[in-house]
Design a protein around this ligand. Structure first.
Ligand code: BGP
Length: 465
């Protein structure tokens, strides 16, 4: 039987990328140093293949031709980010005129092609001058970010359809202050909590500034809303899943959408002496300036069980003291990346937002399948990524189910447009609709890119079931 998966009339189709992962650096472009540029300059061996952020996918040079590929792959929406260190090289003060020209040309180019433009202000990249002042551990950075956001709104609001304050703000917290995967690669729970709180405050300030600049303009935060599933119904496993969700999801979702932190999270911070310095005025800013809609990044579920590590006074506190990862037997896996594939996670997110977050408007802002060594799938000059088409279809079916049941999802953006640079993983895992030959910088649309255009034009797809 043929089943139709058709999406609402105003549903948007597209992809996401970010400035630091796609633009590259050109001599004389006036860009300042970011935390990533700095880290690569001192520890290049940490980056896969020792490939750093200076070349990436050369979008800075090639954007005009690249924007045509948006059309050829059926985009009706596109998300990218402004690099703070490109626009305001020292983090504060002087604006780089070349950056203004570049972003205005790119944004105009997207609009000229009839594509909606979503612009993110922050995708893990801080001007290094501000990192040296203590980065997000310092509250001063919050005000610097607010000033930067205001500059962006003043310079580009006429070209941007919708704004985003931060991408996956939990990631720099986890990877930079609890893991060893983003600069400054510390393990310090108190610093992690301060970084998270400062980021949330900064996000609310950007929401306020956006609305002050233009009351009509909508602004969101993008969160990686990975549902936490417990290993079993055992109360200890259930508690672990609840805490994992508090840390990973609700820590930003609740203040961003509801305007306040969950009580259990506040109590836990108190219990472990992690509460940051908070003023009543700041909490009022967070309460008064919630987002207009939400971006959701979803790759894989979080499966957890009761912690295997017991916390003793004086231990370096880490998330493992609260929950342990659970490797579920028989799970479906993307063998080219090692991540679980669980399409229903998207449906669960859809219903969670419908039932517990006022059914606010949301879009999938990232979903995708990373593939290492993808060139082996090249045939007749094109990457034949049928696996990616299956991956997308599987997720779209679950999203469709969520929308049919009333969830307010307005679009689906894949990670990513052209294969891009991914932090320490550099070019290891390829995600794009468009293949990038890193050496020659040649671009070739993959099979999935051509297929996506058909889906976008038809506003859905048919499936034999
Ligand atoms: C997301 C980030 C993206 C991108 C993606 C792929 O969490 O928002 O910036 O990097 O993950 O990650 P990876 O290349 O590690 O598979």
């Amino acid at each position: 039987m043929t089943k139709e998966y058709m999406f609402p009339d105003d549903f948007l189709w597209g992809s996401s990328t970010s400035g630091p992962q796609s633009e590259g650096i050109e001599p004389g472009d006036g860009k300042g140093m970011s935390n990533w540029d700095y880290w690569y300059s001192v520890e290049p061996e940490r980056f896969h293949g020792q490939i750093g952020p200076e070349k990436t996918s050369t979008f800075y040079k090639n954007f005009a031709q690249d924007l045509d590929l948006l059309v050829e792959t059926g985009h009706t929406v596109f998300r990218t980010s402004i690099q703070w260190s490109r626009l305001i090289p020292q983090g504060r003060g002087e604006v780089n005129p070349q950056a203004v020209e570049f972003y205005r040309q790119v944004f105009q180019g997207v609009r000229d092609r009839g594509i909606q433009l979503y612009v993110n202000l922050y995708h893990f990249d801080l001007p290094y001058a501000l990192q040296e002042e203590g980065g997000w551990e310092s509250k001063e950075i919050v005000w610097a970010y607010e000033a930067y956001a205001k500059v962006c709104f003043q310079l580009f609001d006429d070209l941007v359809d919708r704004w985003i304050t931060f991408n996956e703000p939990i990631v720099p917290v986890e990877c930079g202050y609890l893991g060893d995967y983003h600069y400054p690669a510390k393990v310090d729970a108190k610093a992690a909590v301060a970084v998270g709180y400062h980021t949330q405050l900064a996000s609310a300030l950007a929401v306020r500034a956006c609305h002050e600049n233009n009351p009509e303009k909508k602004i969101a935060i993008v969160l990686n809303l990975t549902p936490a599933y417990a290993k079993s119904q055992d109360p200890e496993d259930l508690k672990a899943a609840r805490i994992a969700e508090l840390f990973q999801t609700k820590s930003f979702l609740d203040p961003s959408v509801k305007g306040h932190y969950p009580e259990e999270l506040v109590d836990l911070m108190e219990e472990y002496g992690l509460t940051p310095e908070v003023t009543k005025e700041e909490l009022q800013i967070i309460a008064n300036h919630t987002v207009d809609f939400l971006g959701v990044n979803y790759y894989q579920p979080l499966r957890v069980q009761a912690p295997l590590l017991e916390y003793q006074d004086g231990d370096l506190l880490v998330p493992d003291h609260f929950f342990a990862p659970y490797d579920m037997p028989g799970k479906k896996i993307n063998p080219h990346r090692g991540w679980e594939i669980y399409e229903q996670g998207l449906y669960d997110i859809a219903l969670n937002l419908r039932d517990n977050y006022g059914n606010l408007e949301w879009l999938v802002t990232e979903n995708g399948m990373g593939v290492e060594g993808e060139e082996v799938f090249k045939d007749h000059g094109r990457i034949q990524d049928a696996y990616r088409i299956d991956f997308v279809k599987g997720h779209l079916k679950e999203l469709h189910r969520g929308i049919e049941e009333g969830s307010n999802c307005k679009g689906y953006m894949m990670w990513t447009f052209i294969d891009c640079w991914s932090w320490l993983n550099a070019y290891k895992n390829r995600y794009g609709f468009v293949e990038l030959d890193y050496e020659s910088q040649e671009r070739t649309i993959k099979k999935s890119g051509l297929w996506f255009k058909e889906v976008s034009q038809a506003n859905g797809f048919l499936e034999e079931e």
